[in-house]
Design a protein around this ligand. Structure first.
Ligand code: AHR
Length: 634
């Protein structure tokens, strides 16, 4: 084996995130209302009233003569008839419903009146589709003729299990407002967020990620960095600052992005989960048409400048132009940035040699201490020679057999890494299809081949590949499963590590999630050399590491075979105790669903204490299983 006693890669297990399958808007981004800005939710980002409907005799329409801001020019006009009575207003369907749980909600909106509007009682309510009231809150503001933001807390004590059937409503007392016209924009509702962050992350999904102890976050894409045209690329500067100044964009996955989850929110996400950002910069290539479209070499200046400005926003001192903008946005201290990725999957283009060169040279000149990640390695484009100290991001959506066959891929790649000084980021990988005789993924995605939900076989195959990375820390620096998150009602891509719907109980951790969880949590500070007296790995695979401060040793073991296998491990030292955590099942095709979320879950396996005799551990590894064996001196 290529394993020696080496420092483990400090950022090995991390997260890949982009807004795909409504993982961002309607997903981890804590906004509970759909189309809060009336800018439209579908792929065209055309103003619409999607998600909104009138309550009582109120009349709703779009209005573009009373803009909230340059970024959000279209608002919602509400006309209340002269003869209105009781409460009239409007409701929002939420993102496939609204989760109603005992907690404090924050509702907010921007409102202005017409010429005759004075003010009066306005209610914000959590209701059921049938009109049952769960909780509400009231304000009685003066309504001005310019937009003002109002915010109110809603204390809710009820639990309404079927989130899909819940709504959010704003109603006006007709006694105060009959015969009047008002304008609303940015109507928003947040529940509790991860670590209580304002404009933050949906709590349960945030916790699911945090529980993985992830070391990095790669964002904002993926394809969603690149745009469907150069103009609809992810523009960092349109994702920062007050929400009313964020125009949003047409995303790459068939729906609009509000960019409420913008650059600074991503950085807060990193801060709140103690992760290092792997920030991707747009590199002059958009996914337009069959072959994509590139910015010409002579025009690359603005692309580089845009990235330089973003880096100043992230890392610059408060005295710099963009650093001071960041301070104004609430984060005076510069962020530390260790990694920048230049583009995404640029092997689809023929222009990366000049785009990489211009971006790398330009960024490196100003930020020499950042590690730059290329999306293409030399062999894919013979005009490119990655400089030493860079990292290559490789993506693998494959069949299980691919990952088994490539367990030793990075052992061999060590030679290349030594020659070139280039490391590896396994930036996106997952089992996407069942094994076929050809071993080649069929990208027409026939249903019978596609793995819709990660299965035990996925966890096993991905785990074996991850071991290949873990035992080569001098080569493989970072790795992340992809895609990480999918909303049940809006699937662009399968499989995903975490699946969710409106109700927090329906946040499903897949078999692949649990494999990542086990590997990420039990990672020592140093890999340990192992000698295999039997010679070959398949179907049993293992990797060992030690946590030097505690002297705890972790041995990860996978049995990919249909039979149990006797295992005996001899250590140079004696241990006093051990613990076995296992992810296992009787069939490779087991998976977790919304209905049965815990079919494949890690368990503490009880193994008789006599299995450990001083420095020798003897055990029979069950079939189809993944384990972390922990050995302690105490
Ligand atoms: O993870 C889904 C997509 O797969 C990513 O957006 C892209 O980078 C890759 O092709």
């Amino acid at each position: 084996s290529s394993v020696g006693r080496n420092k483990t890669a400090p950022h090995l297990y991390g997260l890949m995130f982009e807004d795909i399958s409504h993982s961002g808007d309607g997903g981890i981004y804590g906004e509970l209302l759909m189309n809060r800005d009336f800018a439209g939710v579908n792929g065209t980002r055309h103003p619409s009233l999607d998600g909104w409907s009138a309550i009582g005799s109120a009349k709703l329409s779009l209005d573009s003569s009373n803009p909230l801001s340059k970024a959000l020019p279209t608002v919602m006009k509400i006309e209340i008839p002269q003869n209105a009575s009781g409460e009239v207003g409007f409701q929002n369907s939420g993102w496939w419903g609204v989760s109603v749980r005992p907690q404090t909600y924050t509702a907010s909106f921007h409102v202005k009146g017409g010429s005759n509007t004075k003010g009066g009682k306005i209610y914000a309510s959590l209701i059921s589709m049938g009109g049952e009231l769960y909780a509400r809150s009231m304000v009685e503001p003066q309504i001005e003729s310019v937009f003002e933001e109002l915010s109110m807390k809603i204390e809710n004590t009820k639990s309404a299990q079927n989130g899909a059937a819940n709504r959010f409503a704003i109603t006006l007392d007709a006694k105060d407002f009959a015969g009047q016209t008002l304008y609303f924009s940015l109507v928003s509702l947040f529940g509790e967020t991860f670590k209580g962050r304002k404009n933050g992350l949906r709590k349960d999904i945030g916790e699911a990620f945090y529980d993985l102890k992830p070391k990095f976050l790669r964002f904002p894409g993926g394809n969603n960095l690149e745009g469907e045209s150069i103009d609809s690329r992810w523009k960092w500067f349109e994702t920062v600052g007050p929400l009313k100044d964020r125009p949003g964009r047409k995303g790459n996955w068939g729906y609009s992005n509000t960019d409420g989850l913008g650059l600074l929110e991503y950085l807060y996400w990193c801060e709140d989960m103690e992760m290092t950002p792997v920030l991707a910069v747009f590199a002059g290539y958009a996914l337009q048409g069959k072959d994509g479209i590139s910015v010409a070499e002579k025009d690359m200046g603005w692309v580089l400048q845009e990235a330089l400005d973003m880096l100043e926003y992230v890392t610059g001192p408060e005295t710099s132009k963009f650093g001071s903008m960041r301070a104004q946005h609430g984060h005076p201290a510069p962020f530390e940035l260790e990694y920048i990725e230049i583009g995404n999957e640029d092997w689809f283009s023929t222009t990366y040699d000049y785009r990489w060169r211009i971006m790398y040279n330009g960024l490196k000149a100003k930020y020499p201490n950042i590690t730059y990640i290329s999306t293409v390695f030399n062999e894919r484009n013979n005009k490119m020679q990655l400089p030493a100290g860079t990292i290559w991001d490789t993506h693998h959506y494959e069949e299980p057999q691919y990952f088994l066959k490539n367990f030793n891929y990075y052992d061999n790649w060590n030679v290349v890494a030594n020659q070139t000084g280039v490391g590896v980021l396994l930036g996106e990988y997952s089992v996407i299809q069942v094994d076929t005789p050809s071993g080649e993924v069929n990208w027409n995605n026939p249903n019978e081949l596609r793995v819709e939900v990660p299965r035990l076989v996925s966890a096993i195959a991905e785990g074996i590949y991850a071991m290949g990375g873990e035992r080569n820390p001098n080569t493989v620096k970072l790795s992340s499963y992809a895609p990480s998150l999918q909303r049940k009602e809006a699937v662009n891509w399968t499989p995903n590590m975490i699946m969710f719907s409106t109700d927090p109980e329906r946040t499903i951790k897949s078999a692949s999630y649990w494999q990542q969880w086990m590997f990420s949590r039990y990672q020592g500070t140093h890999t340990l050399p192992t000698n295999n007296s039997k010679g070959s790995y398949n179907p049993l695979y293992w990797v060992a590491s030690i946590n030097e401060p505690t002297r705890e040793v972790y041995v990860k073991v996978i049995n990919a075979g249909a039979d149990s296998i006797p295992l005996s491990i001899s250590f140079d030292v004696a241990f006093a105790s051990f613990n076995v955590t296992s992810l296992a099942g009787d069939s490779l095709s087991l998976f977790n669903t919304y209905e049965t979320p815990s079919v494949v879950q890690p368990k503490n396996t009880s193994v008789e204490a006599s299995a450990l005799q001083g420095g020798v551990f003897s055990w029979i590894v069950p079939r189809y299983s993944i384990h972390v064996l922990q050995f302690n001196s105490k």
